[in-house]
Design a protein around this ligand. Structure first.
Ligand code: SF4
Length: 404
């Protein structure tokens, strides 16, 4: 069995979306067609790396660094105001545009027009960002840093766009985004930032204080607090499951909307072409299946309407058994109790009782209600959250031939 190797965020996402596409990319190393927006993002990232690198204080504060570490404070420029760090200012606008031209690549754009639009956007976005850097220089301790870590037994790695020192001596993880739209929710829910948080925490001594998506089109930093233990635990579990799938060589195709932008449709078994001679026969079977499915939906609607009418009539007349010409319809009642778990769980947590008192289903709550070991007060509160659900349904019994 193949060892999965360290898992990156993008490898994890790819596997989650479609394990077979992961295999094509990461095992068989099949190339994908270049796409303009990816090329654009790559070029902008490279130029930003060069733009920000002069501001970097050498990799201070690494866990594997020497005990006497250099910090931003130690890098004071003798010619600058006392305590100011000795950092070179970012390059000027002409130099920046020269760098941009050097890095530019025409790969993947669908037309000359599209390429020019992206190129102009990049120029504008980088010049504005340079101005912002000159006015409010960040305190980066690393740019485009490759980090590796073993996270509770799971090897992970990734390239972090930038790590800044915060005024409180903590660290801010910054990820550049060239996308059109981005919101604060994206920063709060980004799993990519969560993985970076783990990588930085495992490699640096200072704590991660902020996770930031830097929206380059608007120069807006979208900041979120570092993830808590519970969020990281559940991400670790999902990533662990992906690593298990890779170790077990589970590469099932998982089709979906993402297939529209998959370059491997031509070789994917999900999209294997039908042999010409089999086409008409299989098409007829599909049409028949489709027609039967439509009948099934129509019959289900009719069945539900008829049962409803029968129920209303039986209610009016107080009946439970209604004979037909071939069978007797018998009305049955099913009672179920519902307990909203979002209300139940805080009651159990606040009760301070041991871990045995947990509930993942209505059946668990019913068990707790019957358990004499559960304090009476807790049982009363749990019982008060319940609501009784009644469902009526009909069953058919053979009619008694003698009664016909
Ligand atoms: S076409 Fe769809 S199912 Fe096939 S490999 Fe690509 S993403 Fe997976």
């Amino acid at each position: 069995m193949a060892g999965p190797g360290p898992l990156s965020y993008s490898s994890y996402r790819t596997y989650l979306e479609c394990p077979l596409r992961w295999k094509y990319l990461y095992i068989e190393r099949r190339p994908e067609l270049p796409r303009g927006y990816f090329t654009f993002g790559r070029v902008v990232h490279s130029v930003l790396e060069e733009l920000v690198r002069p501001l970097v204080v050498p990799a201070a504060r690494r866990r594997d660094g020497p005990e006497t570490q250099t910090t931003l404070r130690d890098w004071a420029d003798p010619s600058a105001a006392e305590g100011a760090p000795a950092r070179r200012p970012p390059v000027g606008p002409e130099e920046l545009l020269r760098l941009y031209d050097e890095h530019w690549s025409s790969e993947g754009y669908v037309s000359r027009d599209e390429e020019e639009r992206y190129r102009a956007l990049g120029r504008e976005l980088l010049l504005r960002y340079r101005e912002r850097l000159a006015l409010e220089p960040p305190s980066p301790v690393a740019v485009e840093e490759h980090l590796e870590a073993t996270w509770e037994g799971l090897p992970v790695h990734g390239y972090v766009d930038r790590i800044d020192q915060t005024p409180d001596g903590g660290l801010e993880v910054v990820d550049y985004k060239t996308t059109r739209e981005l919101s604060a929710d994206d920063a709060a829910s980004s799993e990519q930032l969560s993985v970076y948080q783990v990588l930085v925490e495992k490699n640096y001594r200072a704590p991660v204080e902020r996770l930031t998506l830097l929206h380059l089109r608007s120069l807006t930093p979208l900041r979120a607090a570092p993830r808590g233990a519970r969020t990281l635990e559940s991400l670790h579990q999902r990533m662990g499951e992906v690593a298990d799938g890779i170790r077990e060589e589970a590469y099932e195709p998982t089709p979906g909307r993402h297939c529209l932008r998959c370059d491997f449709r031509g070789i994917c078994p999900e999209f294997r072409p039908i042999p010409t001679e089999e086409g008409p026969r299989l098409a007829a079977l599909v049409d028949r299946f489709d027609a039967l499915r439509a009948d099934e939906r129509r019959l289900e609607r009719e069945l539900s309407q008829t049962a409803g009418e029968l129920h209303r009539a039986a209610e009016e007349l107080g009946l439970h058994r209604v004979p037909g010409s071939r069978a007797v319809a018998v009305r049955r009642k099913e009672v179920a109790w519902q307990y909203p778990l979002e209300v139940v769980r805080p009651i159990l947590e606040r009760s301070g009782a041991d871990a045995r008192l947990s509930a993942d289903s209505a059946e668990d709550v019913r068990r707790l209600l019957r358990d004499p070991a559960v304090p009476g007060e807790v049982r009363r509160k749990l019982a008060a959250t319940g609501s009784r659900q009644v469902r009526w349904f009909w069953e058919l019994e053979d009619a008694d031939p003698a009664a016909r």
